[in-house]
Write a protein that binds this ligand. Structure first.
Ligand code: PLP
Length: 462
């Protein structure tokens, strides 16, 4: 039995897959902050025109430029591995496969889009990118990409992670980027938050506001902003994960997966593994597709589908998505990459359609799964990834109870070697369970009342 299925470099996918071409019901359009229709030109102050073109594209396949492929080949095609030791431990008849995105230079799936975004910006004549980062994964991915492609890079890092994960900042600096704790005194948005809440742990929403404001206020016009998740073009770039996995499952002799799992923060690694299979599901395949989020930030399981800003200051367009409200500041759980208030519009629409069935897991359950994983499969996963592992374990146990030989596929979104502080807390018994109290969501959702309602349109097929 094969433990890993490797593709040859020449078999790397040459095109990205765009789910927008196949969704049976269309996305609700993004709106300008005042609720009127959004002119894509407005986006071009924040993103280069070639990225905006991808953002609104409904073409099914989009060619990956050769120069991007050359950089991706540093670590791609990524291995598809089979979790044989875990299967044995669980005594499950299920076959568990995981797509190992931890082998990239920054240690997660995020460089897949960082390289693409840096390349398109450079091609458009941009000299400098600004961004935000939660756990530091995205900031280090973009720092890596900018360094290879030749762009300056400034990263606003959520304060709580800046303090918990100082080595991530060192990684960014090693790749030549500048890393600043957010909220910061560098921007209006940061100063406003610091004045009201000087000890805030920060949030992705605040850091996004700072990074966007920074890019917009560069008078030379050569700065743009870059986002690591949520938007259509980011999800597009990540589909290389699922496209490779599909080829690899075929080599392993599997016709199709029965269950596809990914953890969700903004939705990009989940989309990456799942969208090519959602395409199959739309065309009749029977596949269960499960995004997993933390109970501390239960966007898909507890949030409404509504128009909301992507950031605290309201600098982004209004997006139709599942959201906990742009003012929502989640508890400082260790899966920093899963602490975003919103959810990618494409993932949100797939949820409205019933094509995906989300779950929320508590961080203690996730660390227990991560420990079992490390002690069977050997690798130490990122706290974010442990949400997908916990779900894969639940599904494998269910398959044992039902006596079914299911094929389970999940995205191993990153390694946890930079996240050992969280493991330390878990091992010393200091990690607490955390479920978001309903009243806390109610408060942060009040801010949405002033926006136009988002229509939930579905075919009812799933
Ligand atoms: C950022 C991150 C996530 C969550 O982000 P998505 O855009 O939802 O994929 C998950 N896992 C790891 C390792 C990350 O770095």
């Amino acid at each position: 039995m094969r433990k890993k299925i490797l593709l040859d470099e020449k078999d790397i996918p040459k095109q990205w897959y765009n789910l927008a071409a196949d969704l049976p019901t269309p996305l609700q359009p993004p709106l300008a902050p005042d609720g009127t229709a959004l002119n894509p030109k407005m986006l071009e102050r924040v993103f280069p025109a070639n990225i905006v073109e991808q953002e609104i594209s409904t073409c099914r396949w989009i060619d990956i430029p050769q120069e991007i492929l050359e950089i991706l080949t540093i670590w791609r095609p990524a291995p598809l591995r089979r979790a044989l030791a875990l299967e044995k431990y669980l005594k499950t008849p299920a076959r568990i496969y995981y797509k190992d995105e931890s082998t990239s230079p920054a240690g997660s799936h995020k460089p897949n889009t960082a390289v693409a975004q840096a390349w398109y910006n450079k091609k458009f004549g941009i000299k400098r990118l600004t961004t935000e980062t939660g756990a530091g994964q995205w900031g280090s991915a973009l720092a890596f990409a900018c360094s290879l492609i030749g762009l300056k890079c400034r990263v606003y890092m959520v304060r709580i992670s800046f303090d918990q994960k100082p080595m991530r900042r060192t990684m960014m600096q090693t790749w030549g980027a500048e890393c600043i704790a957010s909220p910061s005194p560098h921007t209006h948005a940061g100063r406003a938050v610091l004045k009201e809440m000087p000890h805030t742990p920060g949030s992705l929403g605040i850091a996004i506001s700072e990074a966007v404001e920074d890019a917009l206020s560069d008078k030379s016009g050569k700065s743009r902003y870059s986002l690591g998740s949520v938007l259509n073009h980011v999800l597009l770039h990540q589909t290389i994960i699922g496209l490779e996995a599909k080829k690899q499952l075929k080599i392993a002799g599997e016709k199709k997966p029965d269950v596809v799992i990914g953890c969700v923060g903004g939705g990009s690694n989940f989309a990456g593994i799942a969208f090519p299979f959602i395409c199959d599901k739309i065309h009749g395949a029977k596949i269960e597709i499960i995004p997993v989020e933390p109970t501390a930030c239960p966007t898909l399981t507890k949030g409404p589908f509504a128009y909301d800003f992507g950031d605290v200051a309201g600098l982004t367009p209004l997006l139709a998505m599942y959201t906990l409200g742009h003012n929502f500041i989640p508890e400082p759980i260790h899966a920093g990459g899963l602490r975003y208030h919103g959810m990618a519009p494409l993932v949100s629409q797939a949820r409205v359609e019933g094509l995906i069935k989300p779950r929320a897991y508590d961080q203690v359950k996730c660390y227990e799964s991560a420990m079992l994983w490390a002690r069977t499969e050997g690798m130490i996963p990122a706290p974010e990834t442990s949400h997908a592992i916990a779900c894969a374990i639940d599904e494998a146990n269910k398959a044992r109870q039902e006596g079914k030989k299911k094929v389970i596929l999940f995205c191993y979104s990153g390694h946890g070697l930079m996240d050992l502080a969280g493991y330390d807390k878990f091992i010393s018994g200091k990690l607490t369970r955390y479920s978001l109290p309903v009243h806390k969501i109610r408060d942060s959702l009040c801010a949405l009342k002033k926006f136009p309602p988002a229509k939930k349109i579905k075919t009812g097929k799933w």
